[in-house]
Design a protein around this ligand. Structure first.
Ligand code: DGJ
Length: 749
């Protein structure tokens, strides 16, 4: 396992537990990608790529007579620019003196070192258990002097390979990057499906699986955020792959801004994926001696299906991406006042919510939007991060003390990257906002985006937020971001650097987050961008949890959380029980079912608990106890999807498993007359172990089928893992609107 270099054949092999990644420096000095897939042994992979002359595919100059050796046909590790490969390109670079766009990289040197490389200014994986090795390959374009540094971090046990790219101008003329991808992945053989996660505000990360056409397919965002619309995480899987079988490749950028992944199936059936920063309106000026780093990408490959791929990412994100001390810590059950009060609150009404919540077992009170500036609706005040004393007389601290006296922690909402036109900050620094000269800007939620690429903006926010955190006993921050970036123009950059604005914005955000999370490690940060508009591995470096969606309807959440689970673990999915009829859909779902769904995330409440009946309050008490009791298996268990909404539209079911227990949750979304038995085959158990099965709660109307006994008579049964997985289990008969059930399995010693 690890990284090997065979000097005789100039071959690099990155060996992980179950996969092999191989590249080779060819006779001409180009770095060819030879293979990535399930683990392979010895053999000369060169034979897979015999010389062949393809019309209209140009040859390398030395091969012009012999023909058949074309950059347009061979699998490349990272492409050059404008030198004969007509497929997707990783790079567009222009010589600042001649205007010529061109680069052709030749191998220069390499280094293999223990540990994991880091990237200056960018979030990236860390080597938590000192298990990683780094391969650094230097390639050089002899004409421009541009150096391409390919970085590989190999986490052998976890089957994860990280990649990043640094471009250094070692020449004498200025260069201009117009595209600089993070990675290229050529799969020379195979027929692949693309799995991606699309959506919109309040309906994020809907999973879609589609066969790749002989064309270019793009998953991208130009919004300055990873976006509600196209999550940057994509999967390529074999046409026949299922949850449990089949070759799957995951590609997860560690980046939160505009991104682009293109996938092309070429003339010979080779599939090329190129991923990285979006290149629309992007450029980066590279003076001699300067360098540019493209964000990291996490690659994972497994022969064992989509479920196994997800579990690899879940483990890796928690262990090697999240840096927060809270990533494994038990996090408090919270109540957030947003859907209870919106902007209409004061110290007394918040204390009333907190008192009721404390009496039911809630552990933290979070004060959402509206506590600062002149913020009585969403038109004003962003930027003025000073307490509104009309609502909160004496400031935050008296409120916090009352909340703390109830035995609860206190958390606060902020949206630091934004500014309202009607704010003191904007009046003092109109040039800090992104707006185009001579044009009125497009407004999102009537607010503007701060130019986070300006160091003085980042310094100001560092100082303001640090003061807020130092002067008040705040133990949680919800970091929101409620519009996408248009009118991108920085008043601080010269004309030739305007194309850098969007990426500089992200670098500024990362700097601010790095400073604050380092200075206040005891504060639990939750990310948010109008719900899940920035749900990505970049943000997870700073936030151990992210608010999944502004859609709190439990039934819609099933689909959102299902899609999210392909890449991201339960422990990072912010999920709350809210009021019914639901504020977004008007639907009514049983309180217990709302809790079952929210329990598959970080779990909290977001409603006026004062309006609940006594019986509902008892349910809330029980829900919190249930969550706390099964916290370990919910948050730390291996996650299995037991249903596919496209194939089993009747219900959604999922399961988490630790070595000692398992929790199965099912929500019936479409009850039917004369219903077929609800039969589930469980997953992830030990075949020969015995499990005691308890039906924890049946949250909805249960009816006994007229024909005889309720098949739920297996309750309390002791069953082998093999029986539960291969013969299955019959759940209780459920009827009514959105009933649900949870099963708890205890592994017997
Ligand atoms: C969007 C968030 O997703 C909501 O939860 C809430 O915090 C609002 N913003 C507040 O403006």
């Amino acid at each position: 396992m690890g990284i090997q270099f065979d000097a005789a054949t100039s071959t690099f092999t990155l060996q992980t537990a179950r996969t092999t990644y191989r590249m080779r420096v060819d006779e001409r000095g180009r770095l060819l990608h030879m293979y990535y897939g399930r683990r392979i042994g010895r053999g000369d992979l060169r034979e897979l790529y015999p010389p062949a002359d393809h019309g209209f595919s140009p040859d390398y100059y030395p091969c012009r007579r012999r023909r058949g050796v074309s950059p347009d046909v061979l699998p490349q590790e990272y492409t050059g620019c404008n030198v004969g490969d007509f497929r997707l390109s990783c790079l567009v670079v222009r010589d600042g003196m001649t205007g010529a766009a061109g680069a052709d990289f030749l191998y220069d040197s390499h280094e293999i070192t223990p540990g994991k490389y880091t990237l200056e200014g960018l979030p990236c994986a860390h080597d938590e258990d000192s298990e990683a090795e780094t391969l650094c390959i230097r390639m050089k374009d002899p004409v421009t002097g541009l150096v391409l540094v390919l970085l590989y971090g190999v986490f052998a046990r976890q089957d994860v390979i990280t990649r990043a790219v640094r471009l250094e101008n070692a020449g004498t003329a200025p260069l201009r990057l117009e595209k600089a991808a993070s990675a290229c992945l050529d799969l020379p053989f195979g027929d692949w499906d693309l799995v991606h996660f699309h959506g919109r505000h309040a309906m994020e990360r809907k999973m879609e699986r589609t066969p790749l056409p002989h064309a270019i397919t793009t998953v991208s965002s130009t919004r300055g955020a990873s976006s509600h619309h196209h999550n940057p995480f994509v999967i390529l899987c074999d046409h026949t792959a299922t949850e449990d079988h089949g070759l799957c490749y995951g590609v997860m950028p560690v980046y939160s801004g505009s991104h682009r992944t293109d996938i092309e199936v070429d003339q010979n059936g080779l599939t090329r994926l190129v991923t990285g920063l979006h290149d629309e309106r992007f450029s980066w000026q590279l003076e001699p001696g300067e360098s540019f780093t493209a964000p990291e990408v996490l690659l994972c490959c497994t022969p064992d299906g989509l479920g196994d791929l997800s579990r690899h990412y879940h483990t890796f994100l928690r262990r090697n991406i999240c840096r927060s001390p809270f990533r494994y810590a038990r996090r408090p059950v919270l109540i957030n006042n947003w859907e209870a009060t919106y902007f209409d609150f004061n110290t007394e009404s918040i204390c009333r919510i907190a008192e009721k919540a404390a009496s039911l077992g809630v552990e933290m009170m979070v004060l959402d939007d509206g506590w600062f500036g002149k913020r009585d609706d969403d038109n004003t005040g962003l930027g003025d991060w000073f307490v509104n004393e009309k609502k909160l007389p004496g400031g935050l601290q008296p409120l916090i003390e009352r909340v703390n006296a109830l035995g609860m922690k206190f958390g606060l909402w902020v949206e630091p990257e934004m500014v309202s036109e009607d704010s003191d900050l904007y009046r003092a620094h109109p040039d800090w906002a992104l707006t185009l000269p001579g044009r009125t800007p497009a407004m999102g939620r009537n607010q503007l985006v701060l130019d986070m690429g300006r160091p003085e903006v980042v310094d100001y926010l560092t100082q303001r937020l640090s003061t807020l955190l130092r002067e008040n006993h705040i133990e949680y921050i919800k970091w929101d971001m409620n519009r996408n970036m248009s009118d991108v123009y920085s008043r601080a950059l010269p004309p030739e650097r305007q194309g850098e604005t969007t990426h500089r914005y992200m670098l500024g955000v990362y700097k601010l987050l790095d400073r604050l999370t380092t200075a206040f490690p005891h504060v639990l940060f939750e990310g948010c961008a109008g719900g899940g508009g920035r749900f990505d591995a970049g943000m997870l470096c700073y936030f151990p949890q992210i608010w999944c969606s502004d859609n709190t309807d439990a039934i819609e959440r099933l689909s959102i959380q299902h899609g999210t689970s392909f890449g991201y673990p339960v422990s990072c999915m912010g999920a709350h029980v809210s009021a019914c009829p639901n504020h977004q859909t008007g639907r009514t779902v049983p309180l217990w079912t709302r809790a079952v769904v929210a329990m598959s995330g970080t779990f909290g409440y977001e409603l006026d608990l004062g309006r609940l009946t006594d019986e509902e309050c008892d349910q809330v008490r029980d829900q919190i106890k249930t969550f706390q009791r099964y916290y370990d298996v919910i948050q730390n268990g291996a996650y299995y999807r037991l249903s596919d909404p496209d194939r089993q539209p009747r219900y959604v079911a999922w399961q988490t498993v630790t070595p000692t227990e398992s929790l199965v949750s099912l929500v019936l979304t479409h009850p039917e007359a004369n219903a077929r038995p609800l039969h589930l085959c469980l997953k992830g158990l030990e075949e020969d172990a015995l499990y005691k099965v308890d039906e924890l709660n049946v949250y909805g109307v249960t009816a006994t089928p007229e024909s005889g006994d309720n098949p739920a008579s297996q309750v309390g049964a002791v069953c082998s893992g093999s029986m539960l997985m291969y013969a299955g289990y019959i759940l209780p008969h459920l009827i009514g609107d959105a009933p649900s059930v949870q099963l708890h399995l205890t592994r017997l010693p």
